[in-house]
Design a protein around this ligand. Structure first.
Ligand code: 13P
Length: 251
């Protein structure tokens, strides 16, 4: 059975004290309850150590929001896969829409980052998603398929077995608008069919595909029970334990 993941992307929020406190609250909410998914939190780099300490010995995994693809050297301000892994992370985001559209990251850089993450022993969560203009022009599937193929194409089965994908329509991020369950599920099916073509049915069937974009406790159940949706990548609602736990345990 393929893995299910609910990951909280804290973005540029919470310092290390606030982060450690939130991690403690999340652990409190998980006491005596077994989630149907792996729970992951992705704080800013400066909070990884403190949050990792707060989570030590628990079932909650740590992830980073970005990495640089070189192993070390003169890359001021950047952080390598090895450093992220040594800080206790299992996961790292690659290709989040804010990095694509605010920081201008594209295919070549994202391919290098994704491969560096794998080489450094991390599991990348590779983010894809169309702009509103692309959706309105009927090009959503084409855009997402291109994003998947241009970065993941060429990976071998071992590499691909470590990758999760997050479909995050850009127009749904931080806007309160969510893709309908049908639209999200449909796009996840398109992605899975493409993975099947690229890597074979076995690998495609094992790859978790998460949905992201205004996931909240009140829409989590419908989204997370839809076909081909294997979890959620949560922004705003991951910043408070009540709302995050309401997605981990959707009602
Ligand atoms: P929101 O949940 O705030 O829409 O953010 C989604 C996201 O970008 C997660 O990576």
């Amino acid at each position: 059975m393929r893995k299910r993941i609910v990951a909280g992307n804290w973005k540029m929020n919470l310092d290390h004290r606030e982060g450690a406190r939130l991690a403690g609250e999340i652990l409190g909410g998980l006491k005596n309850r077994v989630p149907q998914c792996e729970v992951v939190v992705m704080p800013p780099f400066t909070s990884l150590h403190a949050v990792g300490e707060a989570l030590r010995g628990s079932s909650v995994s740590l992830g980073a929001q970005d990495l640089w693809h070189e192993e070390s050297g003169a890359f001021t301000g950047e952080v390598s896969a090895g450093m992220i892994s040594a800080a206790g992370c299992r996961y790292v985001l690659v290709g989040h829409s804010e990095r694509r559209h605010i920081l201008g990251e594209g295919r070549d850089l994202l391919s290098k980052k994704l491969r560096a993450a794998l080489k450094g022993g991390l599991s990348p969560i590779y983010c894809v998603g169309e702009l509103i203009e692309e959706r309105e022009a009927g090009r959503a599937e084409e855009t997402v398929s291109r994003q998947v193929e241009e970065v993941l194409g060429g990976l071998d089965a071992v590499g691909m077995s470590k990758v999760a994908i997050a479909y995050e329509p850009v127009w749904a991020i931080g806007t309160g608008k969510t893709a309908t369950t049908g639209d999200a599920s449909g796009m996840h099916g398109v992605i899975r069919d493409l993975l099947s073509k690229l890597f074979g049915r076995g690998t495609a069937g094992e790859t978790p595909i998460l949905y992201g974009g205004s996931v909240k406790p009140d829409n989590a159940r419908a989204l997370l029970s839809a076909d081909d949706i294997d979890g959620a990548l949560v922004g705003g609602a991951s910043l408070a334990s009540d709302s995050f736990l309401g997605i981990v345990f959707p009602t």
